[in-house]
Design a protein around this ligand. Structure first.
Ligand SMILES: [Fe+2]
Length: 350
């Protein structure tokens, strides 16, 4: 049996973990810290989670990673800031994902696991979920080069939770490494929209058929694309569309029911981000854990969801209609297999 078959079979088997019930009920809790803001707005920015020096280390590592492909990328020469000189992204990538890397074993690069295991990052999710037994997604990093001439941009408002799932079932996060101001692109969030999720989906809603939308046969379980008019629906109910500005070392956390999208940078600053999501291990079925193990051992990426909707990134990176000649199945720098890494990967029990 080929590895691919095994992975596809394992992925199919995890569909049974599709739960529509609330997994945790946080209503009525008061914490006296950032969690109150998070539960009120569905999002929160946490300042100085890692030091500026540490953030700079990750920026440098990401640039170094782009250069390892030897495609002529030069961070000082804007004419090389095009797809030709960069590792390939998914051909179905939406705007956010066109600067997000999942292939080439990148989701398991040492730097990605170092970011996931920053003690202050883990602590955020421990406090949020009130458990130390967590799983981490094998999410991508985002390196957005400003003023890309080869990309057209159109907003892609969406949420990453299936309308049938109730309550807060996943929380997404990103650790920001470079200065990220109003002109530097990045994350747009509809503050307050997570709370209105059930109300919005109480009536039948058609998803927007965006040209970048994933084909229906992919059956993305946890994605809903909004129409422009839906933005107004939320704004009429006191939600506010905000651009999240961040300094190096800041972390933003948002409930996966939150409407959000990414906008492209227009300033001079390269955006450097690692997406990091953690949920309680108890949310995962045995089959989901098996699939995570396969992904981990084969250096494959997943979605933002740590415990289900894992969807191994099996697609090979393409260049000019063929598999990218730089295709590789493992990271340039393998992660150190510490106990923390193995537990967050779901490979080792707590
Ligand atoms: Fe998203």
């Amino acid at each position: 049996m080929s590895t691919t078959t095994t992975i596809q079979e394992a992925a199919e088997a995890t569909n049974e973990s599709f739960t529509v019930e609330d997994l945790v009920d946080f209503s009525g809790r008061q914490y006296g810290d950032w969690r109150d803001e998070f539960h009120k707005n569905g999002c929160v920015v946490l300042k100085n989670v890692i030091s500026p020096e540490r953030a700079k280390y990750y920026c440098d590592k990401q640039i170094e990673w782009l250069k390892k492909f030897e495609l002529g990328f030069d961070e000082h020469d804007e004419s090389t800031w095009t797809a030709e000189h960069l590792p390939a992204v998914s051909k179905r990538a939406n705007m956010e994902e066109r600067s997000m890397y999942f292939a080439y074993g990148s989701t398991h690069e040492k730097m990605a696991w170092e970011a996931r295991t920053e003690p202050a990052v883990i602590e955020i999710f421990e406090k949020l979920w009130e458990t130390k037994e967590l799983l981490c997604s094998f999410d991508g990093m985002n390196i957005s080069l400003p003023r890309r001439k080869d990309l057209n941009w159109s907003p892609w408002p969406h949420c990453d939770q299936n309308p049938n799932r109730k309550g807060m079932q996943a929380v997404q996060g990103l650790l920001n490494f470079a200065p990220n101001g109003p002109k530097d692109g990045g994350l747009m969030l509809m503050k307050g929209s997570a709370k209105l999720f059930d109300e919005f989906f109480a009536q039948k809603r058609e998803a927007y058929d965006h040209e970048d939308a994933p084909p229906p046969e992919l059956k993305y379980m946890d994605l809903f694309l909004f129409h422009q008019k839906d933005l107004k629906w939320f704004q009429d109910r006191e939600c506010e569309l905000v651009k999240i500005n961040m300094e190096p070392g800041d972390f933003v956390l948002w409930d996966s029911r939150t409407m959000h999208y990414a906008c492209l940078p227009e300033g001079d600053q390269i955006r450097h981000v690692q997406y990091i999501c953690m949920t309680p291990r108890r949310f995962a079925t045995e089959k989901a854990l098996e699939l995570k193990k396969i992904c981990f051992e084969n250096y494959m990426g997943t979605t933002h969801w740590p415990h289900c909707n894992i969807r191994p990134a099996v697609e090979k990176p393409m260049r000019n209609g063929e598999v990218c000649p730089k295709y590789r199945t493992e990271p340039f720098e393998r992660p150190e297999l510490t106990n923390t890494v193995l537990k967050l990967a779901g490979v080792k029990p707590y």
